[in-house]
Design a binder for this molecule. Structure first.
Ligand SMILES: C[S@@+](CC[C@H](N)C(=O)[O-])C[C@H]1O[C@@H](n2cnc3c(N)ncnc32)[C@H](O)[C@@H]1O
Length: 247
């Protein structure tokens, strides 16, 4: 099943799946980073915006936000959450914008959906073209050399009469430029359980390789993956927040 089909099928469950994510803290942290490194402007685009939770927080913080995703059912939900925002059905590896932007974000490791290094480079070029001078591109990412394929994050949630168990984890074989994100959902209603398993192809690269791709276009700052505090990357963590300022 393709990534698109998965999110078409699951767009109705997506917010439940992400119920433990602190979207407010993530959005606020990136807002602070943009104040420190950016041009102070408010024109914002969220790549792979899904159902629009970050767009909501950025609008509430005074940004003129918009969102882009390849999945229309996700965008339909985003439009209900953020009626004042513009949403576009576009591929983040080949997008264009009408007006230049001050801030481009990409949350929840979604940059890895570019699925290969060639497409990731196209995404970086699209973002660079879309930004104003001193515009900022922020995203979170994982280093392929630090992936623990044994680790699964699981949480449960209730909706109506059903109980859900959501699990996700990275899988990297240790070679090449592709890893996968494995997802599973168990839905139990009246004692009967249905299970979905899916695997998304994602791009795999080291932070060193990623910085090399970004450097011709951006001044790159790397931070610990902590949305509560702004801490420079300790050079060893496998998850990080990248803040890239257009040069
Ligand atoms: C894990 S969800 C993240 C959604 C949102 N950023 C969040 O933090 O909740 C990944 C999203 O990426 C979108 N996506 C996957 N490949 C994409 C692409 N090439 N261009 C734009 N969006 C893409 C999917 O449709 C999905 O909505």
């Amino acid at each position: 099943m393709s990534a698109n089909a998965l999110y078409t099928d699951l767009s109705g469950y997506y917010d439940l799946m992400c119920v433990d994510i602190d979207y407010r803290a993530q959005s606020h942290c990136i807002h602070r980073l943009q104040q420190i490194f950016g041009n102070g402007g408010k024109a914002h685009l969220d790549l792979a915006c899904g159902t629009g939770p970050h767009v909501r927080h950025f609008i509430d913080a005074g940004y003129n936000s918009s969102g882009l995703d390849i999945n229309q059912p996700m965008l339909d939900r985003a439009a209900i959450r953020c009626p004042e925002a513009r949403f576009a059905l576009q591929d983040m590896c080949a997008f264009t914008v009408g007006e230049p932007l001050d801030l481009v974000t990409c949350f929840l490791y979604s940059i890895h959906y570019s699925a290969g290094i060639g497409r990731l480079k196209e995404c970086v070029v699209s973002v660079h073209n879309a930004l104003k001078s001193n515009g900022v591109f922020c995203f979170n990412t994982v280093d392929k050399n630090q992936i623990n394929s044994e680790l699964f994050v699981t949480h449960t949630a209730k909706q109506d009469d059903s109980q859900f168990v959501f699990s996700s984890g990275w899988n990297y074989c240790g070679a090449g430029e592709q890893q996968s994100l494995r997802l599973s959902i168990e839905k139990t209603t009246a004692g009967e359980t249905q299970v979905w398993h899916d695997e998304h192809p994602m791009v795999a690269l080291s932070f060193e390789e990623l910085q090399e791709i970004l450097r011709p276009y951006f001044e790159v700052h790397v931070f610990e993956h902590d949305y509560e505090k702004i801490i420079p990357w300790n050079q060893t963590s496998g998850n990080a927040i990248f803040v890239c300022v257009k040069i």
